[in-house]
Design a protein around this ligand. Structure first.
Ligand SMILES: Nc1nc2c(c(=O)[nH]1)N[C@H]1C(S)=C(S)[C@@H](COP(=O)(O)O)O[C@H]1N2
Ligand SMILES: [Mo]
Length: 262
């Protein structure tokens, strides 16, 4: 929670906001809680969206949006790539893992593996398009982490793939650039800051629970970031670009917090 003097003024939304903060606690397991509280801006990002989903009050939404912009700034200062999100034993995996997208599960995009090429553009030395075999030939790691969606659920899953920092170095990305943007096979798109792109737990994910990433979870690949809310984790990635021009995102351009994490 923000120190009181730094909190944006809320008209009649104060109670709703407090309730939203209280709710957030439910999704954060105890051992992780201290770390989360130390990085308290995370709660602000989450509360923004939890708040919006429990009220239609326009003034509350306006206040929360202000807070969101504020958080974008402050979270940037607080971001510490040495802080790791909690990991879990495989026995704690959520089964079945939930599906979510801006459309229903029967409309999931089917991507043809053989024809697939990952486009890489912008501030990178090597702009060649990658086949899936080439991506599988890079070093792979697994992570069992919690995915937190602003719609009010969280779930633990096991994802495998290439540490994104490894990929960015392999393509000779300008690691001093501001943003990495993603375009997806549906109409989804999002972008992250370079510090997050290089975070050790940020993964270009090719598998789920030891199997090829299924279509509903984003075949042929997604970006998995346990330090970011669900909507920052793009599925069905088709193109990756490195840029200094703010690329926005599908939900972010509709008012969701761009930083969206810790
Ligand atoms: N391409 C694409 N990626 C997306 C989305 C989407 O609609 N399209 N939804 C986001 C949201 S809001 C969530 S919570 C997660 C859900 O991922 P899952 O289906 O693996 O649970 O995907 C994120 N990435
Ligand atoms: Mo989400």
């Amino acid at each position: 929670m923000l120190p009181k003097k730094n909190r944006p003024m809320l008209a009649n939304g104060d109670r709703v906001l407090k309730d939203a903060f209280k709710d957030v606690g439910k999704y954060i397991e105890l051992p992780a809680r201290r770390a989360f509280l130390q990085r308290s801006m995370t709660l602000g990002g989450l509360a923004l969206l939890t708040g919006c989903s429990i009220t239609d009050d326009e003034s509350v939404e306006a206040a929360l949006l202000t807070m969101s912009r504020f958080n974008d700034k402050v979270q940037g200062w607080l971001f510490d790539p040495k802080l790791l999100a909690p990991t879990y034993p495989e026995s704690m995996m959520t089964r079945p893992f939930p599906f979510n997208a801006y459309y229903d599960e029967d409309e999931v995009r089917e991507v043809d593996a053989a024809a697939f090429r990952l486009e890489v553009s912008g501030l990178v030395a090597d702009k060649h398009a990658w086949t899936l075999d080439e991506l599988h030939a890079l070093p792979q790691v697994d992570q069992v982490t919690r995915h937190i969606c602003v719609e009010g659920w969280s779930a633990i899953g096991k994802w495998g793939g290439v540490p994104f920092a490894t990929f960015l170095r392999r393509v000779g990305a300008d690691l001093g650039a501001k943003y990495v943007g993603f375009k997806c096979a549906d109409d989804y798109y999002t972008s992250i800051d370079m510090a997050t792109a290089l975070h050790p737990q940020t993964q270009l994910t090719l598998s789920y629970d030891g199997q090829t990433l299924p279509p509903r979870y984003g075949f042929p690949m997604k970006l998995r970031m346990p330090t970011k809310l669900g909507y920052k984790n793009p599925k069905h990635i088709q193109a990756i670009f490195v840029t200094n021009n703010y690329p926005g995102g599908y939900w972010e351009d509709q008012g969701y917090n761009w930083f969206g994490g810790s």
